[in-house]
Design a protein around this ligand. Structure first.
Ligand SMILES: *Cc1c(COP(=O)(O)O)cnc(C)c1O
Length: 349
């Protein structure tokens, strides 16, 4: 019998590697609230240049990164044009409304994408009855869209339209490095159409915590002000920046392995009776699959999978998500397919 549970719930479950722990131990530290933590400063400079932006600010989480970008570029009463399945809409505890007084103008579309025509249709006319459209927010890769990578032309078109109407653009790039590695496009090119972006070190890069917000100097100055207001300043946080710098040097290119594993999983799952999984839209490390009604609902199948050694998450009644990451080996990927097949065969008998 197998021993260890295969944890496919998320790429956030990774443990810091030995090399990362070593880098954290050795990181020179200061007090970042005084601005003199050398490792934080090095990370912020590195990220600003990597994304082709003037400045960057380290923050505890991706949620805070997004919320700071929103707070710094909107006024209460403003509307944010955003896809209905976005993390900011779905998983940030209503933060945009609570912290910035903004509401959403909702775009629809497959896989988390929308078009410049959607943006035009959602921008409020200049009329005192309406809220002010001030920000368009995109997600790349798109989490609930299945780890999908925006077609770059479409993304540029959406952002150009936003700018044409005087709106700012924000990228929720929690998994921007997945998009960069999988598409072979450098991060600066992916970031270029955006006034601000957020990115997470605690997802595929394998860090224990930390995210970054990048943008121009004036906006990042505001981000620093609101980071203080939101309670997100930290002191010897270079210990986390040390992990992030290590990840950028040593654990970035290997995302390709997670993407290969995801394709293997997708094809393997699709070959199981009662499961359908589209490998051609499995762009990165998130594998979404749909289960037949005869297998029950997603949550109950997840519980059975758990009994047999796989931790996973049900996204809705018939959809389950497996996520590949640093702590899942090729052998475990093969085993996960086998366990899923056995579990499903047992349920349908
Ligand atoms: C994970 C994630 C975030 C931020 O999550 P935190 O848990 O707050 O770090 C933001 N956007 C997307 C798309 C994500 O997947």
């Amino acid at each position: 019998m197998s021993t260890k549970l295969i944890d496919l719930r998320s790429d956030t479950v990774t443990q810091p590697t030995t090399g990362m722990r070593e880098a954290m131990m050795q990181a020179p530290l200061g007090d970042d609230v005084w601005g003199d933590d050398p490792t934080i400063n090095a990370l912020q400079e590195r990220c600003a240049s990597m994304f082709g932006k003037e400045d960057a600010c380290f923050v505890p989480s991706g949620t805070m990164a997004n919320q700071l970008a929103i707070r710094s570029q909107t006024q209460p009463g403003d509307e944010i044009i955003i896809h209905k399945d976005s993390h900011i809409v779905y998983y940030e505890a209503g933060g945009a409304a609570a912290l910035s007084g903004c509401s959403f103008a909702i775009a629809n579309g497959n896989r988390g994408f929308f078009t410049s025509a959607d943006v035009r249709a959602l921008i409020r006319p200049d009329d005192f009855h309406f809220g002010t459209s001030s920000l368009v927010s995109l997600e790349n890769t798109h989490n609930r869209g299945g780890g999908s990578i925006w077609p770059q032309d479409q993304l540029v078109d959406v952002c150009e339209t936003a700018h044409e109407f005087g709106l700012n653009t924000h990228l929720d790039g929690a998994r921007i490095w997945h998009a960069a590695v999988a598409s072979g496009t450098d991060a600066a090119t992916l970031a270029k159409p955006f006034d601000t972006l957020s990115a997470c070190f605690s997802k595929g890069l394998g860090c224990p915590a930390g995210s970054i917000v990048a943008g121009n100097k004036d906006t990042i100055k505001k981000v620093r002000h609101f980071r203080k207001m939101f309670g997100g300043t930290m002191r010897q946080s270079g210990i986390l920046a040390g992990a992030a710098l290590f990840a950028l040097d040593h654990q970035l290119e290997r995302l390709q392995t997670d993407h290969e594993h995801a394709k293997i999983l997708a094809n393997g799952l699709h070959s199981i009776d009662g499961i359908s999984c589209d490998a051609s839209t499995t762009d990165t490390n998130l594998v979404f699959f749909v289960i037949d009604k005869m297998l029950g609902d997603g949550a109950s199948l997840c519980r059975k999978l758990m009994d047999n050694g796989i931790m996973s998450e049900a996204l809705d009644s018939q959809k389950i998500r497996y996520v590949t990451h640093l702590d899942v080996t090729r052998e475990e990927i093969e085993r996960a397919i086998q366990i899923t097949a056995d579990t499903v065969a047992h349920v349908s008998n």
